[in-house]
Write a protein that binds this ligand. Structure first.
Ligand code: G
Ligand code: G
Ligand code: MN
Ligand code: NA
Length: 254
């Protein structure tokens, strides 16, 4: 069986699951959001990470169907959390550039949130920097329409995609996520620290929120706090968790 056919069967058998990784407000220490990260629960081999199958979903066009499922599932989980908790934890869903480029994507987002304004306010899309830039004019049009519905937009892996700074100021986005390679270098060299500091200053000058990815040490967190980074995500706080564990650990009412 080719991987493509295995994936078609996985879609039929509903074998995809979403894990959630918390994002923490650095100033308050509070949980503010959860990033949905897809896994394939293959009955033969167990959990398969997205790096192993997202490229094949993209090559075969199956990404549209699986991406739509992820958006609906994450929104459903979000609305359930919201119904059972007073805390307003947002939810972030990764979106393939192929999805963003699809003619129907803006409509699809409209269908996902429906008439539920809570869903729109709670939802954020994460889009990789390099791929926004590949088709920047079309990206701007689509992202504007999505943002007009109240959905947030984050640029993922920021710093790795050579964004033109002139476009950065024109992109309709709310958040920059600093790629974890920069967070790693921050405690290794003065140059690494200077880069993170500069990215945060730039983001704030453009009125964007900044999230640091891959935070693994107290030292990284200490420096990010000094630099006024807004949110952090990483193994220091929690790895991505199955939704039941995420709910028990972070959302269970006392
Ligand atoms: O969870 P993990 O670190 O293995 O994720 C690796 C990459 O897979 C992440 O960079 C993320 O952008 C991507 N990814 C995770 N979930 C999804 C998803 O639902 N859709 C898309 N397109 N990419 C995802
Ligand atoms: O590209 P994206 O940022 O969407 O991917 C998130 C990926 O980063 C997930 O696969 C997740 O497992 C991984 N990740 C999250 N936190 C950490 C961390 O602190 N260290 C490392 N090495 N990886 C992390
Ligand atoms: Mn992401
Ligand atoms: Na990233």
């Amino acid at each position: 069986l080719t991987l493509e056919n295995q994936l078609r069967r996985a879609i039929e058998n509903e074998e995809f699951v979403l894990h959630y990784q918390p994002k923490i407000n650095i100033e308050s220490g509070k949980l503010v959001s959860a990033e949905a990260l897809i896994r394939w629960n293959d009955p033969l081999t167990g959990l398969v990470p997205p790096g192993c199958f997202i490229p094949v979903l993209e090559e075969t066009g199956l990404i549209h169907e699986v991406g739509r499922w992820a958006l609906h599932k994450a929104t459903e989980d979000y609305l359930r959390w919201r119904a059972t908790n007073l805390s307003a934890v947002r939810i972030a869903v990764n979106v393939s550039p192929l999805q963003l480029r699809h003619r129907d994507f803006v409509n699809e987002i409209g269908q996902v949130i429906g008439i539920n304004t809570h869903a729109a306010a709670g939802l954020e899309l994460e889009i990789t920097e390099s791929l926004i830039m590949e088709d920047v004019m079309h990206s701007i049009v689509s992202l504007k329409a999505i943002r007009a519905m109240g959905v947030g937009i984050a640029i993922d892996d920021f710093g790795t995609g050579f964004s033109s700074l002139s476009y950065l100021s024109r992109l309709p986005v709310d958040t920059l996520k600093i790629d974890r390679s920069f967070v790693l270098d921050m405690t290794v060299s003065q140059e690494g620290l200077a880069l993170v500091s500069t990215i945060i200053t730039l983001a704030h000058a453009l009125k964007l929120k900044v999230v640091a990815e891959g935070v693994e040490t107290e030292e990284q967190l200490r420096l990010l706090r000094i630099l006024n980074c807004n949110e952090m995500q990483g193994f220091l706080f929690s790895k991505p968790l199955p939704s039941e564990s995420f709910e028990t650990r972070f959302l269970a009412s006392p």
